[in-house]
Structures are given as C-alpha cells and as structure tokens.
Design a protein around this ligand. Structure first.
Ligand code: ATP
Length: 354
C-alpha cells in the first residue's frame, strides 16, 4: 500500500477515505462540489482536516500529532492550470524542483530535458510559458511534476482547461507516464477513467458512494453519478417477478446478470439509451417495459438525438424525433425490451470514513 488517507472537513461537510496501492492509478469521479479537490488538498498538505490522517509508504504526513509541509511530502499536485513560472523557460521550470531539492545545475537541466522529451515537448525547452499553447504548457507542467520524483502524483482535472482537440494527445502522454506510478486522478471524463485508471472512486455530497475496478463501476454502476458517467440509464428498486420496481412505482423488466435475485432484494437495472424506443402512445400487447415520461430536453448525440426525460434518456434518429414532433414537455412512452436490461444486486451506499 502506498497512500492511505481519511479526512473529515467539517465546514465543507466532507468525510472521505481513500487508498492507493503501489503503482495504482485511482480515478476520483463526482459532481461539482462533491469534495474531490478537498480530498486532493488534504493529501497535498494544503488543507488540514478536522480529523483524519494521511500516510504515505508508512510515513504519517497528516495526523493528530503529525504535520509534514507540502514540499516535504513527496507528493506532486498538477491542477487544471499549469501554473508555470512565467519568467522561466520550460526547461528552467522543470529543473526548478530538482534544483530546490539540492540537485546540481547541470544534472537538474539534463533531467529536465529528459522529462520534456518524455512528454513530447523537448524541442520547446527554451520557450517561456507565454510562448506555449495550453496543451504544450500542460505537458511542461506534467514534466515538472514528474521531475520532483513524487511517490504520489495528484492530478486535478488535468485536461479540463484544454481544447477538446488536444486532449487525446495529452491523454496518451499521461497513459504512458502514469503507468506504474501511484496516482490520484480527479476527472469528469469517462475516457480518462477508462484509459488511465485501474480503479474508480465515486464521491457525492462529500462521501464515497461507490468504488471498484474501472470496468466494474462503468458496466455495473451502483450510483446514479457513475451510471451517468458511463452513459447508462439506471433504475434502482427491488426485484419482483422478473422486474425492478422503483420506489415511485416505475417497473422495468430485465434479465439478471448472474444468479437470480431473491424476491424483494435491492437491485439495479441498467440499459443503454440506444436500446430505448420512443412512442407517442404505448404499443399494445407487448411484453416490453413501457414508461410514461415527459421530455425534459433534446440534444444532438452523434448522428442521433438524445431524448432526456428526467433521469432517463433515449437515443433515436433525427427522422424519428421529427416524426414524433418532440419538444420539451411532450408526453411520450419509453419502451425497452427485457433482453436489453441488465439487472444486478445493489450493494447499497458505502460506509463513510470513520
Ligand atoms: N476554500 C474553500 N473554503 C470553504 N469551502 C470550500 C472551499 N473550497 C470548496 N469548498 C466547499 O467544499 C465542498 C467540496 O468542494 P470541492 O471543491 O472539494 O468539490 P469538487 O468535487 O472538487 O468540485 P468541482 O468538481 O466543482 O471542482 C463544496 O461544498 C464547496 O463549496
């Protein structure tokens, strides 16, 4: 185990715990204000929690009797904004950390050049931050973070401020340089989680509501947030006669993924928006699930239209949306075949940190 943390921050109503194994990348997902940045600030030593502790490789960094200053933690934090020194070249920015740690000038510059090469901006070493694009500056910031040889790298939405077009290239760089490191990656992007993370932790309302291997969380989400990130419709309820019955009476027939749940067992049903058909009136005599819903929003989705109705969504063709004359406020019926609905047990909310 590399990093272990638990923290309670009363005025932010945050109470979270997290562990990161040696060489493991953990993605932290959650809505705005969930407490993700607070978690990173506690690990980085920028925030002292009201209760809790942070331990790295068995060394206590934060605790009732311990407080290690941010620069002595062997933890590097990379935020949305690269925060480079504007008056230093890219090379000098990267060499700054090793120099401050006592590395001799030539060795620090050689290491800095190697890191710039590693992240694909070696030829920009002499440029000042003002002469770099957002993506290039963020690569320099990655090189600077790695040059400090941290035991844990904290990334706070490292691609959020970048143009969508340059994100894939930076994601590839991160995929390469994060391999084998201990990393906590805060992100809103499902692709970051899929391509970079071994494990996912979902934080909502200052609490960890779900965690598990990335594939498991994204294919069998337990929380509404993880389902949304994974692009899946989700209905939670209890199992009755081959269907999931939600508290509000919504009933969705589905197939159990694994052993059949017991009657009244808490379960989750998930299905893709593309598996949902939309009708003005319920089709008669069909064994499929029909849900009477009101359209809340329509948005383009690839070459289709995504029809939102509260927390449910359907993807239909532009032609079908026009035929149905859909608009926010339209009353329609969402229909989905039981064979398209996956049902599994609902583990319930995780217990929060002690
Ligand atoms: N400096 C601060 N002082 C007091 N409260 C704060 C401070 N920063 C954040 N908060 C509050 O703490 C809670 C958690 O915020 P935090 O920034 O950790 O969430 P987040 O998950 O990182 O959100 P986002 O995705 O919007 O960055 C929120 O209620 C927020 O309003």
């Amino acid at each position: 185990m590399s990093l272990r943390m638990e923290a309670r921050v009363l005025d932010r109503d945050v109470d979270v715990a997290l562990e990161v194994g040696d060489g493991e990348t953990v993605a932290v997902l959650g809505p705005n204000g969930a407490g993700k940045s607070t978690l990173l600030a506690v690990v980085a030593g920028l925030l002292r929690p009201d209760a809790g502790r942070v331990e790295l490789d068995g060394r206590e960094l934060t605790g009732p009797r311990a407080w290690v200053a941010p620069h002595d933690r062997r933890v590097a934090l990379l935020a949305q904004d690269p925060l480079l020194f504007p008056h230093l070249s890219a090379l000098e920015n990267v060499a700054f950390g090793p120099r401050s740690a006592g590395t001799r000038r030539t060795a620090a510059r050689t290491a800095a050049q190697d890191w710039l090469d590693e992240v694909g901006v070696g030829e920009l070493a002499d440029r000042r931050p003002g002469q770099l694009s957002g993506g290039q500056a963020q690569r320099v910031a990655v090189a600077r973070a790695l040059a400090a040889e941290p035991r844990v790298l904290l990334l706070d939405e490292p691609m959020a401020a970048l143009d969508v077009a340059v994100r894939p290239a930076l994601r590839q760089v991160l995929r390469r340089v994060l391999a084998g490191r201990s990393v906590v990656l805060v992100t809103h992007d499902v692709l970051d989680a899929l391509l970079l993370a071994d494990r996912v932790v979902v934080v909502e309302g200052g609490r960890v509501v779900e965690e598990g291997p990335t594939d498991a969380v994204l294919t069998r989400p337990q929380s509404a947030f993880a389902a949304r990130v994974a692009g899946l419709n989700m209905v939670t309820g209890t199992w009755r006669d081959g269907a999931v019955v939600a508290a509000d009476g919504t009933t969705v027939a589905g197939l159990a993924d694994g052993p059949a749940p017991a009657p009244d067992e808490p379960v989750v049903a998930v299905f893709r928006p593309s598996a949902v058909s939309v009708f003005r009136d319920a089709p008669g005599g069909s064994p499929r699930t029909s849900l009477a819903v009101r359209v809340t929003e329509l948005e383009p989705h690839g070459d289709q239209v995504r029809v939102h109705a509260g927390h449910l969504a359907a993807d239909i063709t532009v032609h079908a949306a026009a035929d149905l004359d859909l608009a926010p406020g339209s009353d329609v019926v969402f229909v989905v075949k039981a064979s398209e609905v996956t049902v599994y047990g609902n583990a319930g909310p995780l217990e929060s940190a002690p």
